[in-house]
Ligand binder design. Structure first.
Ligand SMILES: [Zn+2]
Length: 163
């Protein structure tokens, strides 16, 4: 067990001592579903003034409208009633200009058909966020709800709108 893993389990014990959110329902209070990059510098709740229980936050590398993100959005909309989507990319993203061949070359070739794996790298950050918004707006299994596209600047904490 790593020291970090031990630390988070100990932190959870402390968390339970003051835990007061047992009355929250599963349906997000704000009606928002957010698709954001997993980047550790982007604290979605903090950056948007959201609290526990307010929103669904679906995160992956790049904040992309992947099949699994769409699966989660369908559940979010159909089961838990969200009615607005926000996509958030960010400056300094690891997928911005990433070399997919170099990434694939790190994988053990005997275990995977490496050529099958796409990492979703992109060369234009704003265009990538706009593209995710377009995918979600057009997806036949998603409701016709407002879909917004934002970019988070890791240098300033500011969000700017791209779609
Ligand atoms: Zn990122």
């Amino acid at each position: 067990m790593s020291a970090e893993y031990e630390r988070i389990l100990a932190e959870n014990l402390r968390y339970t001592e003051s835990f007061d959110r047992s009355a929250l329902t599963a349906a997000p209070l704000s009606g928002l579903a957010i698709v954001a990059c997993m980047d550790a510098r982007l604290d979605v709740e903090e950056a948007l003034g959201l609290r526990t229980g307010d929103a669904h936050i679906i995160r992956n590398a790049g904040g992309l409208a992947t099949g699994d993100a769409i699966r989660s959005l369908i559940v979010s909309q159909q089961v838990l009633g969200t009615d607005e989507i926000v996509v958030i990319g960010h400056t300094g993203c690891g997928l911005l200009g990433a070399d997919e061949d170099a990434l694939r070359s790190r994988l053990p070739v005997e275990r995977v058909e490496a050529s099958d794996i796409a990492f979703g790298s992109f060369d234009d950050l704003d265009a990538s966020v706009r593209r995710q918004v377009e995918i979600l707006r057009a997806h036949p299994w998603l409701k016709r709800v407002p879909v917004h596209g934002l970019v988070f600047e890791v240098e300033t904490g500011r969000l700017y709108e791209v779609a």
